[in-house]
Write a protein that binds this ligand. Structure first.
Ligand SMILES: [Mn+2]
Length: 414
């Protein structure tokens, strides 16, 4: 699966490897100079891996003020390191070409020592290991500030254009969920359901799956990250599918749970409603004016689920919910990465432009402290929610969620 460095992509729109972006503040009208260091065109590489954009394209297509071959980055290093305010984000470091060991340089604190280190070690890199990786690592030394947090602060607030891309990824994926509900029936396999989802997404314009889907029938749903997807579906199974596609580098992340044979049993229906009620109430609370944070929403989801479960006959001891029945967090940011902007503080209020998942779940183990009718049932309902001045906007609203809609989708025509 193609994995782009998403911070780099966010700042440049450039998705080829071995490239470096330098932004230097200046007095121009836009306030900075934008320089790209990219792999130069190479006929041998082009034969095996395809054409790259090259230095000229970095300017004409990607709008850089200046572009250079990535092999020349080392000559720019001294002036970059002279600046007092440096924010840097190192790429993962490669192993030096002749060693199979991972490479973890210990970085000295002083700029001058960093330069010495760079000069001393860059010779040991072969042509295939351009020294700019080491430079980036050096820039991320203790005196430089980490760039990651700053970029993620920007990335957590989606532009209208980003929201449109995310809506598209969510629409394609939501329809994929509905298709799988229609396709699923006892005797079919989890792998077939995964294939139907991915086929539908690809046929409707998705670039690729955003992640390996969870297709969990019956008690497999108790395994939160179940991805074996190799069991046959049985008659009274619920099926939990956590799947989303990627479109133009933006991910969808949606979970639905539905009955294999098209009809919830009474116990399945009771538990589904319990999770659904909590899920919908959490979505409703995603309002800017309340200044609510993900931590607060998570705590609210715990008390809602506790109350819902009591009403259907659970007697919960302290800690049962969080430790045994609902062991994961309610939400995460979503964007170019599935777990977008992980450095965002979960205790800060949601703001206009955030996109978060709301995904409570209940997974009842075969444990006699819980009513036996619910043993082996796992349910999660996950929507993507954009925070807007008009309230929460559910991007994944085309994926059937209400009990009647789910049963209708399951029983509909293929
Ligand atoms: Mn998720």
């Amino acid at each position: 699966m193609l994995k782009v460095a998403t911070d780099f992509f966010y700042l440049t729109g450039f998705d080829e490897p071995e490239a470096t972006l330098v932004l230097e503040s200046n007095s121009s009208s836009r306030g900075y100079k934008y320089t790209l260091f990219v792999p130069p065109k190479d006929t041998h590489e082009a034969l095996w891996a395809g054409e790259c954009t090259g230095v000229e394209g970095a300017v004409s297509i990607f709008g850089a003020d200046e572009a250079h071959s990535n092999t020349s980055l080392s000559s720019f290093l001294p002036s970059l390191l002279r600046s007092d305010h440096v924010y840097a984000s190192p790429p993962p470091l490669p192993s030096p070409s002749r060693s199979s060991q991972p490479f973890h340089p210990r970085l000295p604190r002083k700029r001058s020592s960093l330069l010495k280190l760079f000069n001393a070690t860059s010779d040991s890199f072969g042509d295939k290991d351009p020294p700019h990786l080491l430079i980036a690592a050096a820039l991320a030394g203790e005196k430089a500030q980490p760039l990651e947090k700053e970029v993620q602060r920007l990335r957590a607030v989606k532009s209208p254009n980003e929201l449109a891309r995310m809506q598209l990824a969510a629409d394609i994926s939501s329809e994929g969920h509905a298709k799988v509900m229609r396709f699923a029936e006892p005797e079919k396999s989890e792998a077939q359901l995964a294939a139907v989802f991915e086929y539908h997404c690809a046929m409707n314009g998705a670039d690729r799956p955003a992640y390996v889907p969870v297709v969990a029938s019956g008690a497999n749903a108790l395994v939160i990250h179940y991805t074996h997807n190799n069991c046959l579906i049985e008659h009274n199974d619920l099926i939990l599918i956590d799947a989303g596609c990627e479109h133009s580098h933006y991910a969808a992340d949606i979970t639905r749970t539905f009955p294999a044979n098209g009809k919830f049993t009474p116990a399945q229906r009771d538990l589904y409603e319990a999770v659904l009620n909590a899920q919908k109430e959490c979505v409703r609370r995603c309002r800017i004016e309340d200044g609510i944070s993900l931590n607060e929403l998570h705590r609210a989801s715990c008390s809602m689920l506790t109350e819902e479960l009591r009403q259907i006959g659970f007697r919960l001891s302290p800690g049962d919910l969080e430790r045994k029945l609902y062991p994961h967090f309610l939400s995460h940011h979503l964007g170019s990465d599935l777990h977008d902007c992980p450095s965002t503080d979960r205790s800060s209020p949601l703001v206009n432009g955030n996109v978060v998942t709301i995904e409570p779940g209940i997974y009842v183990p075969f444990d006699n402290s819980f009513p036996s009718a619910f043993h082996g049932i796992g349910i999660r309902i996950e929507d993507e929610v954009a925070i807007t001045p008009n309230g929460p906007l559910i991007l994944s609203s085309k994926a059937p969620k209400e009990i009647d809609d789910v049963e209708r989708a399951c029983q509909g025509e293929n």
